[in-house]
Design a protein around this ligand. Structure first.
Ligand code: FES
Length: 134
């Protein structure tokens, strides 16, 4: 059984909004959530252009000015918020790394505690599921 960690309520992020999470207390977000198309998507805060490069220039600044694309502010790469595919910039065609989320029936958003240790996870970034543990 996978242990889950609470992040926020689904309703706290509307389409065109993003929020970063530093659950490890490293002083830098490990991942961020994006509201897009009525769903939440979670991506690792690591640009594929320069492996491991943080993407936001200030707290929660993960989106383009119009809020329609994820943006890395280092060199301007832009990504589709639902697929993570780079559609403009120096890493064109490469992808952000997804972070698996669980959203329970009450709208609480959870992340697997051991997510950071799994590098081969291809789970979709959003799905409805029952909470398996607090
Ligand atoms: S490090 Fe993200 S675009 Fe260069």
């Amino acid at each position: 059984m996978t242990a889950l960690r609470p992040l926020c309520h689904r309703d706290t992020l509307a389409d065109g909004q993003a929020r970063g999470f530093d659950l490890e207390g490293e002083g830098q977000d490990q991942f961020f959530l994006v509201g897009h198309g009525g769903a939440l998507h979670a991506w690792r805060n690591a640009c594929p252009h320069v492996d491991g490069a943080p993407m936001a220039w200030r707290r929660d600044a993960y989106l383009s000015p119009d809020g329609r694309q994820v943006m890395c502010h280092a060199h301007g790469a832009r990504f589709e918020p639902d697929t993570g595919r780079c559609v403009q910039g120096p890493c064109l065609g490469q992808h952000l790394q997804p972070v698996p989320l669980h959203i329970d029936a009450q709208g609480q958003v959870w992340r697997a505690v051991d997510w950071a240790a799994r590098t081969d996870d291809t789970t979709t970034t959003t799905r409805q599921t029952e909470r398996t543990s607090p």
